[in-house]
Design a protein around this ligand. Structure first.
Ligand SMILES: Cc1ncc(COP(=O)(O)O)c(C=O)c1O
Length: 244
């Protein structure tokens, strides 16, 4: 049943296969016995193999075991989760933070929690796939605006003044092209029209801003973005994500 589709994908050069890495040594990896320079990873600060992170992870496993054994709401919340959330709150300068197991889980969790049927979401056309899925799950009326088009955003906000709740969601640093969202203009519009603003800082956390706190810090807008989503699996060298 699927062979035809798979061969079609193969013909279009769209069939993807895993590249198996045999060893990591900073930016050098070994694949099929060949030493290669790794240029496609998101480990922007090289933290994934940093000695103090390795040591902290090993110590945590020794003290707490390997798995949580249950979801957060049952008995899976340890003091480590709380400590990490507290530190993220301080790092991002927000009121609170909540961990997720991945960036995908964060975006498909946060967005439907904020917007639902009858609400409006404005989403940049180049937003990450996990934001697109989060918007679909929400059942809100999703308006995809042309990439970084703030005039389009304002026009849509004017037309939807009567919506119960409106959310603007954008990547901070766009995952495919590396360009940065026009946050000063978007913040201004969110404040002018009194709507909620969410920024996905997966590629901005640890990368931009004077102290690596992301897009809001980069533009001097700390405290003016309602929800900052970030991942721990890129510059922060681990895995998982958060809403702050
Ligand atoms: C902008 C953006 N948001 C969300 C994600 C999803 O993060 P994760 O890989 O942790 O699911 C990614 C990761 O590729 C991303 O680039």
């Amino acid at each position: 049943m699927f062979e035809q589709e798979l061969s079609q994908l193969e013909k279009q050069h769209l069939l993807r296969r895993f590249m198996v890495v045999e060893s990591y040594d900073g930016p050098r990896i070994t694949v099929n016995g060949r030493s290669l320079l790794l240029m496609c990873s998101n480990d922007y600060l090289g933290l994934s193999s940093h000695p103090s992170l390795r040591e902290a992870a090993a110590k945590a496993m020794e003290n707490y075991g390997f798995g949580s054994g249950a979801s957060r709401l049952i008995s899976g919340t340890s003091v480590l989760h709380e400590e990490l959330e507290r530190r993220i709150t301080v790092f991002k300068g927000t009121e609170s933070a909540l961990l997720f197991n991945s960036g995908y889980a964060a975006n498909t969790g946060i967005i439907p929690a904020i917007a639902g049927a009858g609400d409006v979401i404005l989403s940049d056309s180049l937003n990450h796939a996990s934001i697109i899925d989060g918007c679909r799950l929400s059942r809100a009326n999703v308006v995809v605006y042309p990439h970084k088009d703030v005039d389009f955003i304002e026009g849509t906000l004017k037309k939807n003044r009567n919506a119960k709740r409106t959310l603007i969601v954008t990547d901070g640093v766009f995952s495919m092209d590396g360009d940065i969202a026009p946050l000063p203009e978007i913040v201004m519009l969110a404040e002018k029209y009194d709507v909620i603003l969410m920024v996905d800082d997966a590629h901005a956390t640890g990368v931009i801003g004077k102290t690596g706190r992301g897009t809001a810090e980069h533009f001097g807008l700390s405290g003016r973005v309602h929800i900052q989503m970030g991942t721990l699996g890129k510059a922060l060298g681990s895995f998982g994500a958060f809403a702050a």
